[in-house]
Design a protein around this ligand. Structure first.
Ligand SMILES: Cc1cc2nc3c(=O)[nH]c(=O)nc-3n(C[C@H](O)[C@H](O)[C@H](O)COP(=O)(O)O)c2cc1C
Ligand SMILES: C=C(O[C@@H]1CC(C(=O)O)=C[C@@H](OP(=O)(O)O)[C@H]1O)C(=O)O
Length: 389
């Protein structure tokens, strides 16, 4: 299975094409729309999210609510486009038309300057339109379809926020199912499970905004009930943990990824890291702990996948940083029209969906899947053989 996304942040439309889905499973626009709405929300979002009301149109590959096995195309209209018709139209413009809002002042921490150098764009809008995290709308749309497929296999994916601006949620998720994590995260404006931390995180965000600054954080994704042996140790590009890490790192502003105990493993001995193996006849094999976050040798162990990603503070600051105008070469301090001050809660939803995609994709690679029935049969057989092994 694969997908592409297309679309500029202030252009008319965002699009994704998903190819390789099994035939005969239900995709509902209303389910995708719920996930799109979750991505738009969260404390710390800026003015743009008051304009957009992301709604998906399913334009190919689905008939009467069920996949056909042909490519599925999804589209979301940018409502802000109406404010950017002159700047963002695809028709050539006459020489005497002055395009306002050309960008010659690159923002530190954004793709603006390097993207301009690379593609030869002297209007840096040509860079920022695509480097913007607006694109994550379609990654959530595609990931939402992947989640609908995973749910057919009894696999659930959840996300929540662990840390924002130095405030850490203290919560033990080892006793919670992914569904419970999701339900609790949805109750909170910061998508964190610790109510006290939620209040402190909001206060930190308010403070950062007052200071003209931004803050980052740490998000966590949990996937329950993945069959044993998805991914493979035999080749680097088949290791599922590595693919998940790449997917999380590809989210705008994400700068690090860890599984299970993660970077803490540098501080503790092996006896406190490896997960001891247990067996009983009803459930088959299990682990006493899940310090490794659901992976051994790049393959799923059957324990929950637990992956975290760190998001840097948003680069656009109301207290502007030093940069250089690429036309005049003069130093300046940028002025900002609007920006998110913290998008960590929203980014946790993006992380959930890119992880869901990677898990679903690896499962489809593992088993034959022309139809949903084929896939279900093979997944059930793997679960049974793992138990009996
Ligand atoms: C959900 C989400 C919303 C974001 N909103 C903004 C924003 O409003 N302003 C901004 O400057 N950056 C925002 N970013 C971050 C930039 O897109 C990102 O820093 C930029 O594309 C450069 O990529 P890099 O940080 O990975 O190098 C957001 C990121 C995400 C995931
Ligand atoms: C549009 C979204 O996020 C945008 C991501 C973003 C950036 O630079 O990444 C900058 C902002 O866009 P604008 O400049 O239009 O206000 C955010 O609103 C979205 O998440 O849907």
């Amino acid at each position: 299975m694969r997908y592409l996304t297309a679309g500029e942040s202030h252009g008319p439309q965002l699009t994704t094409i998903i190819e390789g889905l099994p035939a005969g499973f239900t995709i509902l626009a209303e389910d995708i729309n719920k996930d799109l709405k979750r991505r738009q929300g969260g404390y710390g979002r800026g003015g743009r999210m008051k304009i957009e009301k992301d709604q998906v149109a399913i334009t190919a590959g689905v008939r009467h609510g069920k996949t056909l096995g042909s490519p599925v195309a999804l589209a979301v209209t940018n409502l802000d486009y109406r404010h950017w018709l002159k700047e963002m139209g695809s028709e050539p413009i006459a020489d005497d038309v002055v395009v306002k809002r050309t960008v010659t002042r690159p923002r530190p921490g954004h793709a603006d300057l390097v993207g301009g150098i690379k593609y030869g764009h002297r209007d840096l809008r040509n860079v920022l339109e695509r480097s913007s995290a607006r694109e994550t709308t379609m990654r959530v749309a595609a990931g939402s379809v992947a989640k609908q497929l995973l749910s057919e296999l009894g696999i659930t994916v959840a996300s929540h926020v662990r840390k924002i601006g130095g405030v850490t949620a203290t919560v033990d998720i080892s006793q919670l199912t992914a569904s419970e994590i999701q339900a609790r995260a949805e109750q909170s404006e910061t998508r964190t499970l610790d109510e006290e931390a939620n209040e402190q995180m909001k206060a930190r965000m308010d403070q950062a905004r007052r200071d003209g600054d931004t803050i980052g954080g740490l998000v966590e994704v949990v996937v329950d009930n993945v069959p044993e042996g998805i991914g493979s140790y035999v080749h680097y590009d088949r290791k599922l943990d590595a693919r998940i890490a790449a997917a999380v790192m590809s989210i705008n502003a994400f700068k690090g990824v860890e599984f299970g105990l993660g970077f803490e493993m540098a501080n503790i001995p092996g006896s406190e890291v490896q997960d001891e193996i247990l067996y009983n006849e009803t459930d088959g094999y299990s682990r006493r702990t899940n310090h490794l976050g659901g992976f051994e040798g790049g393959m799923s162990t059957g324990m929950p996948i637990v992956v975290r990603g760190v998001m840097k503070p948003i680069p656009t600051l109301y207290r502007p940083l030093q940069s250089v105008d690429i036309d005049t070469k003069e130093p300046f301090k940028a002025s900002v029209e609007r920006s998110d001050s913290c998008a960590v809660p929203a980014a946790s939803v993006v992380a959930e969906h890119v992880v869901a995609w990677e898990v679903a994709n690896a499962i489809l690679e593992e088993f034959s899947h022309a139809t949903l029935a084929d896939l279900k049969r093979e997944v059930a057989a793997r679960r049974q053989s793992a138990k009996e092994f």
